[in-house]
Design a protein around this ligand. Structure first.
Ligand code: SAH
Ligand code: SF4
Ligand code: F3S
Length: 511
């Protein structure tokens, strides 16, 4: 469609005379601004459950001869959302291109967790300006968590006119309509629902891997940790029905997938919102472990809801891996209180003791924030000692980043950035040393590796991950890609292990 045709069509495709088109009205129709306040209101309205998603007849040919490219930032949720959007694009007839200069539609699936995540996206939008100038027919879209923020939408509306579409995390299933409107309209199409929190079951998915797969078990977060933007960008907690999850995992097992990661921002809250069922994450894991798939993980756990039932089920082992990512955020009870994490240092240590007693071989990893407003030297030291006391293998560490609209962003902060950076450096030194020590223990041991493919650095070398998520590099025939093999570790580095291939692991009997 050329520019003239675009101008002369309304979103539903009917012809209009240009002079009769009322742009202000039209803009009202397509522009739904996000609101952090609305996002915070957890209404009593029912979560709607849909399993009737269909590609509208009139959109079926939309992608014929067109290519799409999606650039993904942020966490596994976003990576999985990208797989869903890729599925929708392909159902519309588009093909994927890894080369964005060849794409007809480029989406940036964004993350809002810290300021630097947002800076990267704005940087990228700057680069895309020239591409759009060269190819005015190119459609550029911003989706994901940043598009749930009013300030971001306003910034794009006022300063990034080369963006054609902004849509939110609850609007993914509307992608065909949004694309259609973007092709028809000269205005930026903005569709972001703040309070929505539905479950849409049968969206198409184009999974990026054949060996490992993500499976959402729940969406949203109601924890409202005071520093965190996620409850505002992802809506309220809502669990998928167990039968839908079990069915999806069964299908993935039948397709030959070897590892499943169950996804949720706070997976331990799974099931709480299922009013007609008394069913928790422990129950779900107990049902899933009976499926013939070698490895099942979940992320992310909140310490607060990590209950005895879950520990008891995880202790049964089998395909439930003995690695738990358990973000602690801080070792100081006073800071944890300010963060509204709803547990103390002591309670966290009790939980760890319980987990270790039930699963003696368990590996724990964590997330830590340094430099929360007014964190004292002593409080930071408590984080350092907690990290050692728990015996975490490793940690993702971050400097606190104020997020507009969150309670912590309003707190006065007396800690300078210089001090925060020093603290991060000290913590990272400890984390690196600990990680190196944890890796050194593997020297001489035989580990089971799910082989994912050629190593990034050397195509002659294969690489994969152990049950405890350690990266292993070794030489072996390419046929073992996708299999679980035994490797004897010869050399441990800080972040990976080198080893010698022994042979295939025989498939375990299902439990
Ligand atoms: N749902 C997960 C975490 C998701 S965000 C959980 O509750 O554990 C991943 C990590 O980013 C968090 O664990 C936290 O360590 C970090 N994070 C979140 N908000 C942040 C902020 N405002 N500044 C710095 N780090 C932050
Ligand atoms: Fe954010 Fe806390 Fe929810 Fe995790 S549990 S997503 S840190 S609010
Ligand atoms: Fe980022 Fe959204 Fe995930 S803010 S960390 S992409 S839930």
């Amino acid at each position: 469609m050329n520019e003239e045709q675009r101008l002369n069509k309304t979103p539903d495709g009917s012809e209009v005379k240009t002079e009769e088109k009322d742009y202000s009205q039209y803009f009202n129709r397509v522009y739904q601004p996000p609101s952090l306040k609305d996002a915070k209101r957890r209404g009593k309205e029912e979560v709607e459950y849909h399993d009737d998603f269909q590609i509208d007849e009139r959109f079926r040919e939309m992608g014929n001869g067109r290519k799409f490219h999606i650039q993904t930032y942020g966490c596994q949720m976003n990576e999985h959302d990208t797989e869903v959007m890729a599925g929708i694009f392909m159902a519309l007839g588009y093909t994927f291109t890894p080369d964005r200069t060849k794409a007809d539609v480029i989406l940036l699936n964004t993350c809002a967790i810290r300021e630097n995540a947002e800076d990267k996206v704005f940087g990228e939008l700057g680069h895309l300006k020239s591409l759009k100038r060269e190819r005015p027919d190119l459609l550029i879209g911003v989706c994901g968590c940043m598009s749930q923020e009013e300030s971001v939408v306003n910034e794009i509306l006022s300063r990034q006119p080369h963006v054609d579409m902004i849509f939110g995390t609850h609007n993914i299933h509307r992608l065909p309509n949004i694309l259609h409107e973007a092709y028809m309209s000269k205005e930026m199409v903005v569709e972001v629902w703040s309070k929505e929190g539905d479950i849409i079951e049968n969206l198409p998915k184009q999974r990026l891997g054949h060996i490992k797969a993500w499976v959402n078990i729940m969406y949203g977060c109601d924890k409202f940790c005071t520093y965190c933007i996620v409850p505002y960008t992802r809506g309220k907690e809502r669990s998928r029905r167990p039968e839908d999850i079990i069915q999806e995992v069964r299908e993935l097992a039948a397709q030959g997938y070897k590892e499943i990661t169950l996804l949720g921002q706070n997976v331990n809250a799974y099931g709480k919102d299922l009013e007609d069922l008394d069913y928790t994450l422990g129950d779900l894991m107990d049902d899933l472990r009976k499926i013939d798939i070698p490895r099942i993980r979940f992320t992310t756990s909140h310490p607060r809801d990590f209950d005895d039932r879950l520990i008891e089920v995880l202790a049964k082992g089998g395909n439930l891996v003995d690695h738990i990512h358990l973000p602690v955020q801080s070792g100081s009870s006073a800071i944890l209180k300010m963060m509204s994490r709803k547990y103390t240092r002591e309670q966290f240590l009790e939980l760890v003791a319980k987990i270790k007693k039930a699963i003696p071989n368990v590996t724990l990893t964590t997330d830590i924030i340094v430099g929360f407003p007014n964190e004292t030297d002593e409080q930071f030291e408590e984080t350092m000692t907690l990290f050692e006391e728990v015996g975490f293998d490793t940690a993702y560490t971050y400097i606190y980043s104020p997020r507009e609209g969150t309670p912590a962003a309003k707190m006065q902060d007396n800690v300078s950035m210089e001090v925060k950076k020093e603290r991060l450096q000290r913590l990272n030194k400890l984390v690196n040393e600990t990680s190196a020590k944890a890796m050194a223990q593997y020297e001489g041991q035989t580990v089971k590796v799910l082989v994912e493919g050629e190593s990034k650095k050397d195509p002659e070398v294969l690489s994969g991950y152990t049950e405890k998520n350690k990266l292993v590099n070794f030489r072996a025939p390419k046929e073992v890609i996708g299999e679980i093999v035994e490797v004897k570790v010869t050399d441990a580095k800080t972040w990976s292990l080198d080893g010698e291939y022994i042979g295939l692991v025989k498939q375990k009997e299902t439990v």
